[in-house]
Design a protein around this ligand. Structure first.
Ligand SMILES: NC(=O)c1ccc[n+]([C@@H]2O[C@H](COP(=O)([O-])OP(=O)(O)OC[C@H]3O[C@@H](n4cnc5c(N)ncnc54)[C@H](O)[C@@H]3O)[C@@H](O)[C@H]2O)c1
Length: 354
């Protein structure tokens, strides 16, 4: 069987860091076309890969190249548009997070996937971390008991990505740390909790650090910063989500805040045991014979889960595996995020399901 031909749309930070190495080393993949609206970027990559042509418009690429897969690493505002066009052209799609900017876009993506009968997978790299996979199987064996509540977040002291550029421009990003970081850890928490359906949320958002130029996080290097650019998104979001099974989740995401040090976490409270993932270090907490035990499993080191997620996508396309991510889960995720923004704006609880 021939190799799967992939077309790359968006070749900036995360593409160079995580996608390119994953696809380049996959034995069943041929990187057949590249597209970036920054011509120099597309040209340099095409030269590096030995491709004769490069594109600055994904529509031309879809029309002119024979491709099996499209990989999307553009700013958030273009995810839905490009994914839908690619699905309609009969391609399988792998897209960076967040799935889309709003509930209507994410539903259109999900619908286009069904109509095209192709695979749409959105990056959920944290599910593929060794600590996450281990905890998932631990939970599936009933060892946490009933998971009734949890907390998750990613909080930074000074870690605004691409300040003034697309990350901090609502029309291009859909929002600040809630949509940027929330997708990572709300997803991880909800997936570990067994994908309960969200029924209501409350939230609050703040923008207090639009003037700071300090940076103490490697993640502030993402995106192209722009002096005197736009900053019309939040820099901190907090909220509370209720699910149909009675469980709940507290959340907090910040790009900048006066805290001790940057960290991310998912903490789950079960009736048999609790689990804490802090910066992906797993600790299990349970009671035995009147004593509380902290267990720290020795897990293999991982590199971030991006390669594993892309390999999983290729396994699904090749019919070897069932997807661990479905577009419906993406709809739930974007519904949660959009409802938290709405609650923050209106000051009241937002119900997602009757
Ligand atoms: N999963 C992760 O760990 C992770 C980490 C960082 C970013 N991301 C996501 O990846 C996406 C890209 O982020 P980034 O940090 O690489 O940003 P970036 O700004 O570094 O790169 C984006 C690239 O897309 C190009 N582009 C813009 N509009 C385009 C269009 N319409 N068609 C083709 N190319 C276009 C830009 O020229 C740029 O080269 C975002 O959605 C972001 O949320 C995910």
């Amino acid at each position: 069987m021939g190799k799967l031909k992939v077309g790359m749309v968006g070749t900036g930070g995360i593409f160079q860091y995580a996608h390119l190495p994953a696809y380049e080393k996959h034995p069943e993949i041929e990187i057949a076309a590249v597209c970036d609206t920054q011509e120099e970027r597309a040209k340099a990559l095409a030269e590096r890969l030995g491709l004769e042509r490069y594109y600055t418009d994904y529509r031309t690429m879809l029309a002119e190249e024979e491709l099996d897969l499209i990989n999307i690493c553009t700013p958030n505002a273009f995810h839905a548009e490009i994914a839908i066009a690619a699905l309609q052209a009969g391609k399988h799609v792998f897209c960076e997070k967040p799935d889309a900017m709003n509930p209507s876009e994410v539903r259109s993506m999900s619908e286009a996937t069904k109509v095209a009968d192709k695979t749409l997978m959105v990056m959920r790299n944290n599910r593929f971390r060794s600590s996450s996979s281990f905890l998932k199987s631990y939970i599936e064996q009933g060892l946490l008991g009933e998971i009734y509540t949890g907390r998750c977040g990613w909080v930074r002291s000074r870690g605004i990505p691409g300040k003034g550029g697309w990350f901090t421009t609502k029309a291009l990003s859909g929002g600040g740390p809630l949509i940027d970081l929330g997708v990572h850890f709300i997803d991880l928490a909800v997936w570990l909790m067994g994908n309960p359906q969200p029924v209501s949320v409350v939230g609050a958002t703040y923008r207090k650090f639009a003037e700071t130029d300090m940076a103490d996080s490697a993640h502030s290097g993402f995106g192209d910063a722009q002096a005197n650019g736009v900053f019309d998104v939040e820099d901190l979001a907090t909220g509370f989500i209720r699910f149909d099974n009675g469980a709940s989740l507290q959340i907090e995401f910040s790009w900048a805040s006066n805290i001790e040090e940057e960290h991310h976490f998912v903490e789950l409270r079960g009736t048999r045991a609790g689990a804490s993932l802090k910066n992906h270090q797993l600790k299990l907490i349970s009671e035995f014979d009147g004593v509380l035990l902290d267990s720290v499993p020795r897990l293999p080191k991982d590199q971030g889960g991006h390669t594993e997620n892309i390999n999983h996508f290729i396994d699904v396309v090749q019919g070897r595996k069932q997807p661990i991510f479905t577009p419906d889960q993406g709809v739930d995720m974007i519904d949660i995020i959009s409802a938290i923004y709405k609650s923050a704006e209106t000051g009241v609880e937002v119900r997602l399901k009757p």
